[in-house]
Design a protein around this ligand. Structure first.
Ligand code: ADP
Length: 224
């Protein structure tokens, strides 16, 4: 599903070059669940953003589903992302002006699904994450944990082939964390490929494999 070869990413500013990724080569097979761990600042989010077509590598190749997507234009990346990837952002990234329902419905609107099917799918996933009673509320009216559950609902509602999750349980209490991990595990069982950044050893234990990053490089692979 994903093949990264000698991927490098440098953030250049006038004063300093920051090598967020020094050289990362990695394969994620279709249907695999991979957890990425490592200390703050080691490049986890940068790696996930590149995999999620939200950013481009400075050097190296990124093959997604057998296609070289390393240097696509913004438009091509957006199109491919909407059709393939569900992304859970660490900072939720919900749209403040849209209700919970409308935020979750957005990927289905991009897919051009008819209204009835959209409603069915949105309500199903909101029920699953115990958020359907808040569907008319706006993000500012929700707690951090509730916003995260809406962000996860939005990422999974289109049944994407690939889910990328940046610390999906980082803002949740243990009950909600469990529900989110159950949902990810269920999607994994149904064949979805998942790459998750996490600080939680417990959450990482649900993955097939843990990858440890340090200073922009993979330092350890562990099969579980
Ligand atoms: P992690 O997710 O492991 O905490 P990040 O991928 O966010 O790490 O960051 C890796 C390194 O790249 C850090 O040193 C960070 O400060 C730097 N970095 C990330 N994004 C940017 C950016 N947009 N501009 C400059 N430096 C950045």
């Amino acid at each position: 599903m994903i093949q990264l070869h000698n991927l490098k990413k440098v953030f250049r500013t006038e004063e300093i070059d920051t090598w967020a990724l020094r050289e990362v080569s990695l394969e994620v097979k279709e249907g695999e669940f991979v957890a990425i761990m490592g200390p703050s600042g080691c490049g986890k989010s940068t790696l996930l953003n590149i995999m999620g077509l939200l950013d481009v590598p400075t050097e190296g190749t990124y093959m997604l589903g057998g296609r070289d997507v390393s240097q696509l234009s913004d438009t091509e990346r957006t199109k491919l992302r909407r059709g393939t990837i569900g992304f859970v952002f660490q900072s939720f990234n919900l749209i403040d002006e849209l209700s919970v329902y409308e935020n979750v419905e957005l990927p289905l609107l991009y897919m051009g699904l008819p209204a009835r099917e959209r409603k069915e799918r949105v309500m199903q996933v909101l029920d699953r994450l115990a958020m359907s009673h808040r569907r008319k509320h706006f993000p500012a009216q929700l707690s951090g944990g509730q916003q995260q559950r809406v962000a996860i609902a939005r990422a999974v509602v289109s049944n994407p082939k690939l889910i990328l999750a940046d610390e999906p349980t980082g803002n949740l209490d243990s009950t909600n964390s469990k529900e989110v991990m159950n949902l990810l595990c269920q999607m994994h069982k149904q064949g979805t490929t998942i790459v998750m950044v996490t600080h939680s050893q417990h959450d990482a234990s649900f993955a097939d494999r843990i990858i440890e990053l340090y200073d922009g490089q993979i330092v350890q692979h562990a099969e579980l």
